[in-house]
Unconditional design. Structure first.
Length: 233
């Protein structure tokens, strides 16, 4: 199985930390976030991961070159950011013929078991399955309306949210969903792809799994303390 690890963002909210490194190289405990994600993907049965690069790409290249063990890592440089959906579309040949593939946002920290997402996707004929969590501040998230497991509505950071179930940025897709991505880059999964999958996609909750967006220095400090408190390294 293949997966996209979306890691090319600038991480502007995490400055000044991201003035010297990409967000995916920020350490949580003893490891960079990149390794936490690669290990989680490998544990779920993913054999090859495409990591997109832009901000401080040379640091990611050097780290991956010194990494041992699976999964295999394929690096994809973006001189100009394509957006999360644009990255998928630019690499559609890489996943052509696959039963399914995963895509995850590298700027979140979670202990969610990705095999739950894979199993849920395989249990239906939906073209996409996404993960959701209960958001404390819904207006800052992509809000997903779900009825009996089916996505019936989606809005990216709405001013007046119609609920508090939020997109957790972990997806299982059939390659055919890439046909839904159109228009000039950058193209974003939340803004441009998920709205086109309303009525077709399925959603599963994170349940009791830990989840946090490490987008700010305060959130990063909290994540580090939480991760250590949960006995994670």
């Amino acid at each position: 199985m293949k997966a996209f690890l979306l890691a090319a963002g600038l991480g502007t909210r995490l400055r000044p930390i991201t003035d010297r490194m990409p967000k995916c190289m920020v350490r949580i405990g003893s490891r960079p976030l990149l390794d936490i994600w690669l290990d989680a993907l490998g544990k779920a049965g993913v054999t090859e991961v495409l990591v997109n690069l832009h901000h401080f790409s040379e640091l990611v290249r050097a780290h991956v070159a010194g990494r041992t063990g699976g999964p295999r890592v394929r690096l994809f440089a973006e001189p100009e950011l394509l957006g999360s959906a644009g990255t998928l579309l630019a690499n559609r040949d890489w996943v052509a013929g696959e039963e399914m593939f995963l895509a995850v946002n590298a700027d979140n920290l979670t202990d969610f078991d990705l095999t739950r997402l894979i199993d849920a996707h395989r249990a239906t004929d939906a073209p996409a399955t996404l993960t959701v969590f209960t958001a404390p501040r819904p207006s800052e998230c992509g809000i997903v309306e779900v009825v009996a497991g089916q996505v019936v509505g989606f809005a990216e950071k709405p001013e007046q949210p119609r609920g508090n179930l939020a997109n957790a940025g972990m997806y299982a897709f059939a390659p055919a969903v890439l046909d839904e991505i159109a228009g000039p880059v950058p193209r974003d999964i939340g803004h441009h792809l998920l709205p086109r999958l309303v009525g077709q996609a399925r959603a599963i909750p994170l349940g009791d799994s830990y989840f946090i967006d490490i987008g700010t220095p305060a959130a990063l400090d909290r994540a580090r303390a939480d991760w250590e408190g949960r006995g994670q390294q």
